[in-house]
Ligand binder design. Structure first.
Ligand code: NAD
Length: 316
């Protein structure tokens, strides 16, 4: 990783890619930002638009629409490119098409000599991250996805509201697939350092496990609701990606629920899935092993099986 400048390449300058770029510009997260899209004209227009905002920003960034050869000295290549579901298309067919899109992206990125970190946002993010790891041949510590970082942020916000506590003092995670089989391990959720299950028990009905469960359903269904209302979700994920990028450039050792490859943690191997992991300048330092209850481990295992089966259906 280069020390003198922080360089990010965003591939896919749609809603998600540009929300990420815009959030980075506003938070001065990198020094050089390259935009790549199959629709080159779009990438050029987006670069122009962002550059015109520089005068109002505290950032001193170099922003331009580039080529895959620009990835050679990048620190992070973030992939937000993807095709959307066609009418009548199955999830597996969509996945297969997105796998082809990723082949057309990862191959030229590697050919550029890129030696940094891949950050993946394209859905289904856990599978797309695994595909990127396989196509790149990189060590899995340098390939990770946004996983359940956004879901975890949504959960902390809702729990903060429920307990009337600043979400920054709520320590709880959404784990598993970024999708329908994700779950909240309540045994590991704390407000300050007090377990939420204990708070519920002592509250004489003011706070209940059932109401918290309803919040986790709200988290799981948030994307559906947003898509129904405005066709796509992008600001939240753009900010989650920015947060992950800061953790990398700041060498923070921050715990974020990214999509990481498991190597025996939670009794699972090879699958990529949302787990709390320590993120720093080298990528993923460790996957955090939480003492999940038996029921939580079963949920996690079901989520892993679902992702493994989906991955097995792919022709790579
Ligand atoms: P979008 O359609 O607005 O943007 C996709 C972009 O990818 C387009 O600009 C398109 O031209 C580009 N593209 C397509 N094929 C390409 C290729 N071969 N090479 C380069 N660029 C290519 O879509 P969006 O709303 O930005 O969503 C992008 C992805 O992010 C989707 O898969 C979506 O499901 C996912 N997403 C993930 C999360 C998360 O939590 N991980 C949240 C929201 C959206």
């Amino acid at each position: 990783m280069t020390q003198d400048k922080r360089k990010v390449v965003v591939i896919g300058t749609g809603f998600v890619g540009m929300s990420y770029a815009y959030a980075m510009l506003n938070r001065n997260v990198c020094d050089e930002l390259v935009l790549i899209d199959i629709d080159k004209k779009r990438a050029i227009g987006e670069a122009m638009d962002l550059n015109h905002g520089l005068a109002f920003s505290s950032a001193n960034m170099r922003i331009y629409a580039g080529e895959y050869s620009d990835c050679g000295d990048a620190d992070i290549v973030a992939i937000c490119a993807g095709v959307s579901q066609k009418a009548g298309e199955t999830r597996t067919d969509l996945l297969q098409r997105n796998a082809e899109v990723f082949k057309s992206i990862v191959t030229p990125v590697i050919e550029s000599g890129f030696d940094g970190i891949f950050l993946i946002a394209t859905n289904p993010v856990d599978i797309m991250t695994r595909i990127t790891c396989k196509l790149s041949g990189f060590d899995s510590s340098r390939v990770f996805g946004t996983g359940t970082t956004l879901d975890t942020a949504r959960l902390r916000y809702l729990l903060g509201d429920y307990f009337s506590i600043d979400p920054r003092n709520v320590h709880a995670y959404v784990m598993g697939e970024h999708g329908d089989s994700e779950f909240v391990p309540w045994s590991q959720a704390m407000v300050t350092t007090k377990p939420v299950l204990e708070i519920c028990e002592e509250s004489r009905g003011k706070y209940t496990r059932e109401e918290m469960e309803a919040l986790s359903v709200e988290v799981r269904e948030a994307a559906y609701k947003i898509i129904e209302a405005k066709r796509a979700t992008y600001y939240g994920i753009g900010m989650a990606m920015t947060r992950i990028t800061q953790a990398v450039f700041g060498n923070e050792n921050s715990v974020l629920t990214v999509s990481a490859k498991l190597n025996g943690e939670y009794g699972q191997k090879d699958v990529y899935i949302g787990v709390p992991a320590v993120v720093n300048r080298n990528g993923i330092r460790d996957v955090v092993r939480l003492p999940l209850s038996k029921a939580e481990l079963n949920k996690f295992s079901d989520s892993c099986d679902k992702l493994q089966n989906l991955y097995n259906e792919l022709k790579l």
